[in-house]
Ligand binder design. Structure first.
Ligand code: ZN
Length: 135
């Protein structure tokens, strides 16, 4: 399986306000909002092409990592996500090379995907999500 860019995630204060910006560019967001309870975030997706998306992330609690990100850096690009064949296999391989992951174990993220995040310190300062679509 070829690795693809799945989405670019942007931390925003308000999904509804941010959507207006992207819709003014001619993009169309899904009406569906998904809450990832474990991450204390609400998400909205917009297709860019047949595969890649923009994901808007809004905190649902002050304890959310998205709220902490916005408090520290302001709104902006939060992470890139790549679709891979197997999150667990890739995590094992990269960990053996000394790369650090945010979570010890992958977890279920938005859209029924198994995900984990490579620590920015191991990835040129970029938070990278790796994602595997579950059946
Ligand atoms: Zn993501």
């Amino acid at each position: 399986m070829k690795v693809k860019l799945d989405h670019i995630a942007i931390a925003v204060k308000s999904i509804n306000d941010s959507i207006k910006l992207f819709e003014s560019l001619g993009l169309k967001f899904d009406d569906h909002r998904e809450e990832v309870v474990s991450q204390k975030v609400k998400t909205a997706f917009c297709k860019i092409d047949e595969f890649s998306k923009i994901e808007l992330l809004e905190a649902t609690s002050k304890e959310s990592t998205i709220q902490k990100f916005i408090d520290k850096k302001g709104e902006g690009i939060h992470h890139l996500c790549f679709r891979v064949a197997s999150v667990r296999e890739l995590q094992t391989k990269l960990s053996q090379k000394g790369m650090n992951f945010i979570y010890e174990e992958p977890f279920i993220g938005a859209g029924n995907c198994l995900v984990n995040f490579i620590h920015p310190k191991s990835a040129n300062g970029i938070l990278i999500e790796i994602s595997e679509k579950l059946k």
